[in-house]
Write a protein that binds this ligand. Structure first.
Ligand code: GLN
Ligand code: MG
Ligand code: MG
Length: 469
């Protein structure tokens, strides 16, 4: 635990000029408010800072707009991107009248989910390890057909490495479709940029493990180490910020949009998760793939509630363009130790401490606080109610005969379906007051606006298909 006086000393010692207070809105975007150092004192840490919450999409009405930003001293880090020395502190949002956590603050929800786990007696710590992929674009290296006129429904006809049907001419050393994983430079042209991202993340207190090119052309991934739920949701926000900022410094743009390019892999945010109790892993045992019964039930809960979880883990209209067969993104709600086409994968390894489940459907448009909390709540519901996930699916699920395939439930096909599923299936989230109905209603309303805008806008592909009909 860091104290306010330790931070004030750090500010003095390092000649810090500004303190940037940051928080995450319901859509998952980091927001900030910069305090001049003359206003940073013990009182700021005790009372917080008032701000107008009415301009944050999905939060308070204009007539009750004052809210409190309460700095969390344990999140202090320096921001290396500014000309003047700037310290960052992540904040919780409090209601000014009650002084309690604001019910629509995602970070507050994630904290409540951790407390709920402790109170349940099932465990005391939930570890989360997210793997967020992203694309880096400039206007020279990657050329995509903006009208995607090669639109095809049959996955067997989708472009492969030697069928780059929407790229023409000499591509030189540029990676082909699905050809990015992971030849050395000059095919991989972003080594320095990714190394810089890792260095900056380390400086900002995020423990990192590795970086690599991903399967799609211009797609990348950096590995951050697993940590507790709230800490790693915090770190995911820092991760996205650093990726955007370093790409920007290199004259490029990074995007976490799940499916920016038709016909190539999309960007996922697989999330590894496990529960520990009294310093011991609870997911290791004698069941399938060295799992405990409790872990199987956790998976059962994730699969049972997956469609509702999708609203938080895949909260964009674009998310559902990634969740299709043929691109290493899952569609089927099954689990397996071998199969990456299953929504829940058990990574190989005999060390009980490393026993975990990797949920593969989330993508990086997820608000990590809400997405992680929703998955933990679904898993705990599975454990409490002994929801068995059935048999593991070790075959390549797409090779199953169509009749068999039809029996396996799937993730949602659209954001509309996800929001409707969340509306119907929300009790597992509101258990113990972790999420609340007002918050869920507001989230559905916020996201329904995106669905409506998307559904009402004519798409370039529709011009291609229907203009001359
Ligand atoms: N990009 C793939 C996805 O969308 C994952 C590829 C991988 O990490 N093996 O989930
Ligand atoms: Mg990956
Ligand atoms: Mg993975």
């Amino acid at each position: 635990m860091t104290t306010a006086s330790e931070i004030l000393k750090q500010i003095k010692d390092n000649d810090v000029k500004f303190v940037d207070l940051r928080f995450t809105d319901p859509k998952g975007k980091l927001q900030h408010l910069t305090m001049d150092i003359v206003c940073v004192d013990e009182d700021m840490f005790a009372d917080g800072v008032m701000f107008d919450g009415s301009s944050i999409a999905g939060w308070k009405a204009i007539n009750e707009s004052d809210m409190v930003l309460m700095p969390d001293p344990d999140t202090v880090h320096m921001d290396p991107f500014f000309a003047q020395s700037t310290m960052v502190i992540l904040c919780d949002i409090l209601d000014p009248v009650s002084g309690e956590a604001y019910n629509r603050d995602p970070r507050g929800t994630a904290k409540k989910a951790e407390a709920y786990l402790k109170a349940s007696g099932i465990g005391d710590t939930a570890f989360f390890g997210p793997e967020a992929e992203f694309f880096v674009f400039d206007d020279v290296k990657y050329k995509a057909d903006p009208y995607n006129t090669g639109f095809k429904l049959d996955s067997s006809e989708l472009p492969s490495n030697d069928d780059t049907d929407y790229e023409t001419g000499n591509l030189g050393h540029r990676p082909r479709v699905k050809g990015g994983y992971f030849p050395v430079p000059p095919i991989d042209s972003c080594q320095d940029m990714r190394s810089e991202m890792l260095t900056v993340l380390t400086e900002m207190g995020v423990v990192v493990e590795k970086h690599h090119h991903e399967v799609a052309a211009a797609q990348h991934e950096l590995g951050i180490k697993f940590d507790t739920l709230v800490r790693n949701a915090d770190k995911m926000q820092i991760y996205k910020y650093v990726v955007h900022q370093v790409a920007n410094a290199y004259g490029k743009t990074a995007t976490f949009m799940p499916k920016p390019i038709f016909g190539d892999n999309g960007s996922g945010m697989h999330v590894h998760q496990s529960i520990w109790k009294g310093g011991k892993p609870t997911f290791a045992g004698d069941e399938y793939a060295g799992l405990s019964e409790s872990c199987l039930y956790y998976i059962g809960g994730i699969i049972k509630h997956a469609k509702a979880i999708n609203a938080f883990t895949n909260p964009s209209t674009n998310s559902y363009k990634r969740l299709v067969p043929g691109y290493e993104a899952p569609v089927l709600l099954a689990y397996s130790a071998r199969n990456r086409s299953a929504s829940c994968r058990i990574p190989f390894g005999s060390n009980p401490k490393a026993k975990r489940v990797e949920v593969r459907f989330p993508d990086p448009t997820a608000n990590p606080y809400l997405g992680f909390a929703a998955m933990l709540m679904a898993g705990l519901d599975g454990i409490k109610n002994k929801i068995h996930p059935g048999k593991a699916m070790d075959k390549d699920l797409y090779d199953l005969p169509p009749k068999e395939l039809k029996k396996i439930p799937t993730v949602c096909g659209s954001l509309r379906e996800a929001l409707e599923s969340l509306d119907k299936d929300r009790k597992f989230l509101t258990a113990g007051g972790v999420f609340d109905d007002d918050q869920i209603d507001a989230f559905i309303e916020l996201k329904m606006q995106e669905v409506m805008r998307f559904e009402m806008t004519p798409h370039p592909v529709e011009y291609d298909m229907y203009y001359s009909v």
